[in-house]
Write a protein that binds this ligand. Sequence first.
Ligand code: TRP
Length: 333
Amino acid sequence: MSHPILLTGDRTTGPLHLGHYAGSLRNRLKYQDTHRQFVMLADTQALTDNIGNIGKVRESVLDVAMDYLAVGIDPEKTNICVQSHLPALAELSLLYLNFVSVGRLQRNPTVKEEVRARGFEQSIPAGFLCYPAAQAADITAFRATLVPVGEDQIPMIEQTNEIIRRMNAVVGRPLLEEIEAIVPKTGRLPGVDGASKMSKSAGNAIGLSASPAEISAAVNAMYTDPNHLRVQDPGQVEGNVVFTYLEAFHDDAEEVEALKAHYRRGGLGDVTLKKRLEGILQDFLEPIRDRRARLEQDLDHIRDILRDGTQTARNVTEQTKSEIYDGLGLFRL
Ligand code: TRP
């Protein structure tokens, strides 16, 4: 088998945060040295729940691109492209809608959760309901088989594989290979308030370009063990967000274990513990913020990167589209 290809993407709805880093950016950085990787600015998918905010979606394209570069995604190694400028993705999406039922789309657990969170129960935009089929198109158009994503995207991967299997059955041979998610070992990063997911809209996120004061305030507000009232009392590590963040962002696993033991035993106060985490996060985010500030000085350079990346991506996705049209036996002109 040839070397597997990676594709992943982010909806362009605002700058990225630590949840994105722990969920998928870290894996992208790891794989860009060894694999062919495409990273897509998913502005078309962002529209599926932001049709009233097109300005935000448009402006976030450069924002997210700068976040990628600031964390170290290297355009020499990773192709960065813009979804709305890849017509083959839209064409394949339309085709893939024939390999999935409305009922199956409605049962997708992530779609269900998002419908609830957005108050779409009364009326779901059709584009939103169908975005899992579009995401299957994104992935397969690049012939990607590995998809570095957060846990919440696993239902999308399952649904993509169902579409692939159905299509292969129609074609009568394995036209497309099944895909696999690459999810982080640490699991989903909770919000600073302890909610299961970090998100900008919930106000519980730490942005990748957060200022030192914002980082400090977020760590101070972090959810710990509500029953740990006095320093000398034993405290609980499970569900304590400070420890979850230490696990996700501190390289020194031994120190994390020692801090946990100390906290459980009693004698380690929340203030001291939070100071330690704050130092780690400040050190982690400072170079990202600096790089990001430099990138903002030359937006033309960012645009050039996106133009180049999208051109390459267009060639790749058009090629796959032709292979799929031929495989299915569509009319040839
Ligand atoms: N749904 C993803 C998110 O919410 C974004 C996305 C769009 C994506 N297309 C993709 C992720 C293809 C992986 C592969 O962030």
